[in-house]
Design a protein around this ligand. Structure first.
Ligand code: DGT
Ligand code: CA
Ligand code: CA
Ligand code: ZN
Length: 589
């Protein structure tokens, strides 16, 4: 059961309660909507948390729903849910994925027209709307009928309520909108906020703040954004657009003197803001995007802040980096003026996970650039060193001796590269598969040809939690194995990753000086931030790598650094902030 499936399940339960009796079940409805939201925003798979006995780590899920989750993970179903859902036609639920369909509307259409097939229900409703048969229904009308048709058409082009964007996609979308906004003379400042500013691994919608002395004009200009599909909402200072692919863009416009509180509010997270509000209430203050009001005084005036620093300072807090605004202890630390000093992109001195086009007759893919091209790129990034880590030669196609001679050939190439590039140090690494048995794919004679191995799981994902942990620890036990690449194996929006006993793995890494990779590939961002935070608390070392297969991907380092920042990492925990001598020692001792 993936988080995505759980979000859908919880939303369905909330919908089922709403259909049954909105008033009687109002608390259940809110609880399940809140739980769906909490799971959607969790950067760890709940299944992994369950396996570690750490489900309580997710704020926003009460004890009853937690018990239901345990039942779900244990048995694959929840008897109580099956009962609730069985009372409602299964044809209702697919409709809820279509934007603008609430539970009651969906239920009414399904029961009135006796729709029973969940597989065809969306097409069935589309046909009814096209034939003009919906407008006559009580509570619907012509406008609602054409909205339904539009929403279904948009849904048909991939528009759903649940899809989340990867960071680069969200960035480029935000840049496009910012570029447009900046052309308007009423726009003074504009920034992307929300989960994008917090650098979450996936982004639900793009939130943009603008300062202006003329909000009305900015809103009018924004809603004429050429790439929009339609305007979802338009008010005096806010607006929301739907654009291609079903993505939302929310805009909030305020005067320049309120920029600080605007940034703070719209950056979130919701959990951080809720906690900040509670703190403010204790100090008899009330917070909003417009500023701070003092309670219990006759002075009803809003105190305004043009910077976030001033806003936090007024609450007795140091400014908190957006990446850690998740209410995971940052407010308490900021109160004590004891926030962690987070790693920055400029601290990075090299990249150790680089696939060149050098052909090792591997069963995995090669990069498209030569070693020299990748070195030239590393120089433009001001790196001190670079590590090549192509995949090991295929073990099904070669004998051990053949593998040895392929790797010896690569060593000659690396020596030649080293001698013609004196301004950058080259580290001879290799990405080596951990086989299903836990053995490394190549033997110790071959491993002796390289400085160190980056080990990874690329096959047999579906093993039990204990077996997978045994397998990884066995692979990492090899003295040449120093780095575990993309430790969970997840692919955002498509694969949840395998099951590992993280406490055991962290403990092992700590005792044996093994290093966990934070892979910067935007669909991986693996290790995930919540696990980075746990590992960081146990003083485990990381390396932030790009896993580049072409030179342009070496710029992805920025995303990996953001994951480390979200995991509260200090630069001392990240070995590729070390100078060459020190990192070489960490990899070879
Ligand atoms: P997303 O879009 O799902 O990736 O996540 P966010 O964090 O961007 O959430 P979004 O777009 O719903 O809201 C943007 C920010 O606005 C959020 O981070 C904090 C603020 N905000 C939204 N709803 C609430 C709320 O109910 N209470 C408070 N205090 N702040 C909120
Ligand atoms: Ca957002
Ligand atoms: Ca939003
Ligand atoms: Zn790789």
């Amino acid at each position: 059961m993936t988080n995505k499936e759980i979000v859908k399940l919880f939303s369905n339960i909330a919908a089922a309660y709403a259909i049954k009796d909105e008033y009687k079940y109002k608390f259940q409805i809110i609880a399940y909507q809140k739980a769906a939201d909490a799971v959607e925003h969790s950067s760890t798979e709940l299944k992994n948390l369950y396996e570690q006995g750490k489900l309580e780590k997710i704020p926003g899920i009460g004890p009853t729903i937690k018990d239901r989750l345990i039942e779900l993970f244990k048995t694959g179903k929840v008897i109580h849910y099956e009962k609730i859902l069985s009372e409602i036609s299964p044809a209702v639920f697919p409709l809820l994925d279509v934007p603008s369909f609430g539970p009651k509307k969906a239920y009414k259409l399904v029961t009135h027209f006796k729709l029973i097939n969940p597989k065809t229900v969306i097409e069935d409703v589309k046909k009814l709307a096209t034939d003009g048969r919906i407008s006559g229904l009580e509570g619907f009308g012509d406008k609602s009928q054409s909205d339904i048709l539009q929403a279904i058409n948009e849904y048909g082009t991939g528009t759903t309520k649940t899809g989340r964007m990867t960071l680069p996609y969200a960035f480029s979308l935000a840049q496009e909108v910012l570029g447009y906004l900046k052309k308007n003379k009423d726009v003074l400042k504009t920034e992307p906020l929300g989960s994008l500013r917090r650098m979450m691994s996936t982004v639900g919608d793009v939130d943009i703040a603008v300062t202006s002395t003329n909000p009305g004009k900015v809103i009018d200009y924004f809603v004429s954004f050429p790439a929009k599909e339609r305007v979802i909402e338009k008010g005096p200072t806010t607006a929301s657009l739907l654009i291609g692919g079903g993505k939302h863009i929310d805009l909030l416009v305020l005067p320049p003197q309120q920029f600080g509180s605007l940034l703070q509010h719209f950056t979130g997270s919701k959990n951080h803001n809720v906690a900040l509000r509670e703190l403010a209430l204790k100090k008899k203050m009330s917070l909003s995007e417009r500023g701070i009001k003092l309670l219990n005084t006759k002075n009803e005036k809003m105190i305004t802040f043009d910077t976030e620093e001033k806003f936090y300072k007024y609450l007795g807090l140091d400014w908190i980096p957006p990446e850690i605004r998740e209410n995971l202890g940052e407010i308490e630390r900021s109160q004590k003026h004891n926030l962690p000093k987070l790693i920055e992109l400029k601290d990075i001195k090299g990249d150790l996970h680089i696939h060149s086009d050098y052909k090792l007759d591997s069963s995995h893919d090669y990069g498209i650039n030569t070693m020299q091209e990748m070195i030239d790129k590393a120089k433009t990034l001001n790196y001190e060193y670079i590590g090549f880590s192509e995949h090991n030669p295929s073990i099904t196609n070669h004998t051990k001796d053949q593998i040895y001679s392929i790797l010896a050939g690569r060593n000659d190439k690396i020596e030649q590269i080293k001698s013609s590039n004196k301004s950058i140090r080259v580290i001879n690494l290799l990405e080596v598969d951990i086989l299903a048995s836990g053995e490394l794919a190549i033997d110790s004679k071959c491993l002796d040809l390289i400085d160190a191995a980056i080990v990874s799981i690329h096959s047999s994902f579906n093993t039990s939690h204990d077996k997978m942990t045994d397998r990884i620890l066995k692979g990492l036990s090899n003295p040449k194995a120093k780095i575990l690449a993309h430790p969970t194996g997840r692919l955002l929006n498509s694969r949840t990753g395998y099951e590992v006993d993280w406490d055991r793995l962290f403990d092992f890494c700590k005792k044996n000086n093994k290093i966990l990779e934070i892979n910067s590939w935007p669909e991986r961002l693996d290790l995930p931030d919540t696990l980075v935070k746990q590992a960081e608390e146990q003083e485990i070392k990381f390396v932030i790598n790009t896993d580049s297969h072409d030179v342009s991907q070496m710029d992805n380092m920025f995303y990996g650094v953001s994951v480390a920042r979200r995991g509260w990492c200090n630069k001392k925990s990240v070995i590729n902030t070390y100078p060459y001598q020190q990192i070489f020692k960490a990899l070879t001792e």
